[in-house]
Design a protein around this ligand. Structure first.
Ligand code: SF4
Length: 123
């Protein structure tokens, strides 16, 4: 049996998690203070995923940057590619909160780049 350790990132407490496995088969998870930690360790071992929030340029608004995020987590090893793709986007005001700015990022079905806030057109 092998041990893989994680730090839970589901809340600021950051519980240290220990996942015991036989090859790719999970035997048990220890160290969590709530069920979210158990779920996180199992997901992290099988298919680690991350969310992504950043900003892009926007024209015609009071501010020059628009906060955006992806609408769901993607595989951890694709986050950098996603960030590069997002940073090539440029929005134009007006923008609604939740507005889709790019559909199916990197081909992930149903994972869109969305605006995190509304930005009115100026002038
Ligand atoms: S296991 Fe629960 S309490 Fe511990 S860091 Fe994760 S979410 Fe927070």
């Amino acid at each position: 049996m092998s041990l893989t350790e994680f730090t839970c990132i589901q809340c600021p407490i950051g519980c240290p998690l220990q996942l015991t496995h036989e090859g790719r088969e999970i035997v048990e998870v220890k160290g969590y203070s709530c069920k979210r930690g158990d779920k996180y360790a199992r997901q992290e071992f099988v298919d680690p995923r991350r969310s992504l929030s950043t900003t892009i340029r926007i024209d015609g608004a009071l501010w020059g940057r628009l906060p955006v995020k992806i609408s769901g987590p993607i595989p951890k090893d694709k986050v950098l590619d996603a960030a590069k793709t997002i940073h090539q986007l440029r929005a134009r005001a007006p923008v609604e909160r939740g507005q889709i700015l790019l559909e199916n990022i990197l081909g992930f079905d149903g994972i869109h780049v969305v605006a995190c806030r509304e930005m009115a057109k100026t002038g």
